[in-house]
Design a protein around this ligand. Structure first.
Ligand code: BG6
Length: 477
């Protein structure tokens, strides 16, 4: 059997993409509450506060806030061993800089975790998944400000203490490496609550914000282990492996450098210090990144227990300026070129199951730490037939081909994988586009891009398929 007996099969969402109830239970305004809906050709807007006349799809989400019991029942029916979600910071600290938490918000997650426990489903919790309080953006400039470290540590301490007997698996910052794509403002905003000034050096600001997050993450790892030594606390990165377009050494070097840029994040999370290459880049560019002696110490002391990752796609790069750039900064980066060996989704994301095995190997051979695949999935439109059936065979094909490659990584290559949670196990609001029609779920939600629909839940064909994958512990795919 490839997968260990207690392999954590399940599904993943983030609070802001499903909960809704944006102003209920004492919740404050979060950064995604000021992001409008877009498409993969029309960018989401970041508005200056919540404005009249604008449409904000995350305000209602799929109303998981009110319907979580019904949804968890369906997850249990599929046999989920675990369920990954995030705690909306704004439910606990509505503005982020208060001293006392909001009891109603804490109670909501108590009830949610109890409901999971009822079915023996292990919660997997992300502390920061693109949903920091908007007040921290307006008042402090987001993570460019060192004060954010204390606010985040306070929030984490409160929730880790409160749920210390209910939650064992934690992750600090979701896809912390997205912000390396500085050409699209949504990444700096959703990762760090940063809005760049035109005159400033964006890269320098990005690295400073990242440094504050890495320090905060390390502090939380250390703190969490004190709160409960059984906690398993991980980082979370977006897998963005890069291929050279040709065997021209210039292409190879370009892909290698792009990989190193991404690996910097896990280098610090896992090894506890910055790679020399990053320090050289800062020096070469005259960046003055404030790093104290205490920061260096905490980075060493707060290294992670596992690597959480999302895997969707691979990028192909060339140094040759004459090759047409077909990539998009909503799909891994605008500098990417077409990979003739790969198909792409309707949203332009490459479909590359072997790249998944490649990435798992790359990470495991570098760090020798367990990997938790906390996102993988296929964003596509679904059609509800007249008889109510939803034949999402393309989603089954995508997931099956990826699970097969993950199995090879485990069985043949010896990679230690803790679990696998598909992204958007119930259709969520898309992060990059704010759309509803880019669906990921085994469970269909009756809601359209404009917010219309009954929010009724319906099982897709993939529902029973995944149920069987879990029941056979990945033997039947
Ligand atoms: C990851 C995020 O980037 O990919 C999720 O962690 C996101 O929040 C997912 O939803 C898929 O992206 P999208 O844009 O298709 O929703």
């Amino acid at each position: 059997m490839a997968f260990q007996k207690n392999f954590l099969w399940g599904g993943a969402v983030a609070a802001h993409q499903v909960e809704g109830g944006w102003n209920q239970g004492g919740k404050g305004i979060s950064i995604t509450d000021v992001m409008t809906a877009g498409t993969h050709t029309i960018p989401r807007k970041i508005t200056d506060g919540v404005l009249e006349g604008e449409y904000y799809p995350n305000h209602e989400g799929i109303n998981f806030y009110a319907r979580y019991k019904e949804d968890i029942k369906l997850f249990a029916e599929m046999g989920f061993k675990c369920f990954r979600t995030s705690i909306a910071w704004t439910r606990i600290f509505p503005k982020g800089d208060e001293n006392e938490p909001n009891e109603e918000g804490l109670q909501f997650y108590d009830d949610l975790f109890d409901e999971l426990q009822k079915y023996g489903i292990e919660p997997v919790v992300t502390l920061s998944h693109f949903e920091m309080p908007y007040h921290l953006v307006k008042e402090y400039g987001g993570w460019r400000n060192r004060k954010l470290i204390d606010f985040f540590v306070r929030f984490s301490e409160v929730v880790m203490n409160r749920y210390k007997d209910k939650v064992k698996y934690w992750m600090t910052f979701n896809e912390i490496n997205n912000q390396t794509i500085i050409s699209n403002p949504i990444y700096a905003f959703t990762n760090s609550g940063v809005i760049y000034d035109e005159e400033e050096d964006k890269l320098e600001v990005m690295y400073q914000a990242v440094h504050h997050e890495l320090v905060a993450s390390a502090k939380v790892v250390k703190l969490g282990h004190n709160i409960n030594p059984d906690f398993k606390i991980g980082c979370m990165v977006a897998a963005l492996p890069n291929y050279p377009y040709t065997c021209n050494p210039n292409d190879v070097m370009k892909a290698f450098e792009a990989d190193q840029e991404q690996l910097m994040f896990t280098d610090v999370h896992v090894r506890g210090h910055y790679p020399q290459r990053t320090l050289n880049i800062w020096k070469k560019n005259n960046f003055s990144i404030e790093i104290t002696k205490e920061d260096k110490e905490i980075l060493q002391e707060g290294t992670v227990d596992f690597i959480g990752c999302s895997y969707y796609l691979t990028n192909t790069l060339t140094a040759d300026e004459d090759v047409e750039r077909t990539g998009s900064d909503l799909a891994g980066g605008g500098d990417a070129v077409n990979n003739p060996y790969l198909k792409v989704s309707d949203w332009g994301w490459t479909i590359d199951p072997i790249g998944f095995r490649y990435y798992l190997n790359m990470m495991y051979s570098r760090y020798e730490l367990p990997i938790f695949v906390v996102e993988n999935g296929f964003g596509a439109t679904d059609r509800v037939e007249e008889d109510g059936n939803i034949e999402d065979q393309n989603r089954i094909d995508y997931l099956a081909s990826h699970i097969i490659e993950m199995k090879k990584a485990v069985e043949e290559d010896g990679v230690e994988v803790l679990g696998y949670t598909t992204w958007g196990c119930i259709d969520p609001i898309s992060f990059t586009t704010g759309e509803m029609k880019k669906r990921y779920g085994f469970i269909y939600v009756d809601r359209e891009n404009d917010g219309s629909g009954s929010l009724k839940r319906m099982k897709k064909k993939s529902f029973n398929w995944y149920k069987n994958v879990i029941a056979t512990n990945g033997e039947e795919i």
